[in-house]
Design a protein around this ligand. Sequence first.
Ligand code: HEM
Length: 215
Amino acid sequence: MDSFSTVIRTASHEEHTEAETSTFMSDMLGGRLGVDAYARYTEQLWFVYEALEAGAERLASDPVAGPFIRPELFRLAALERDLAHLRGPRWRAGLSALPATRAYADRVRECAADWPAGYVAHHYTRYLGDLSGGQIIRAKAEKTWGFARKGDGVRFYVFEDIPNPAAFKRGYRELLDAVRADDLEKQRVVAECKRAFALNTAVFRALGEEFPLSA
Ligand code: HEM
């Protein structure tokens, strides 16, 4: 039988491809969007990580979600530095969530409050992705918009306290494999993971509408 980490990875493969090949992501990775689109995207991430990390402290002692709460993953401070760089010192005043972002953050908060295993699905979908494909996005952003390598503007993608992401991901998969839940609950977590991808794709769709290439 496949390990839980393998089941999650395999089950969300199609959703991953969909997110990765969304118009907005393709345009961004193709270097076809302006820095304003990147800043708007970074703002949306702020709402998602605010939801993920505001709930983290309380979940740290939870038997299921607790082992996943690792300060070296926290992204909110890095996002805030990036936003100050992208939008200026008054970045907070102009911050606004797209409806799709609000729906995503609401769902994360709901899981953080009532369903720790569901929170793990959201945690996995974001942080393991940031440690993987995030590095491709960082390189592209540095090249397209001229940010300093691993500097302001792309700090979100730089995990200063994770020197070896591949090893960290292996450890993370071991944590997933150690989650104590019955098969039905594991199926629910897999479904939540797919939902997390769909919530990301919905944000990309909204951003794609806001930044159409023909405009
Ligand atoms: C253009 C955008 C993206 C690219 C180029 C990309 C690329 C990648 C690559 C190359 C991996 C494999 C890393 C490995 O095997 O260790 C990966 C894994 C992953 N990505 Fe993405 N990705 C992108 C977008 C996303 C998005 C939007 C999400 C979800 C929000 C996401 C979530 C994940 C997750 C959860 C994994 C870990 C899979 C696992 O090993 O269990 N990715 N990505």
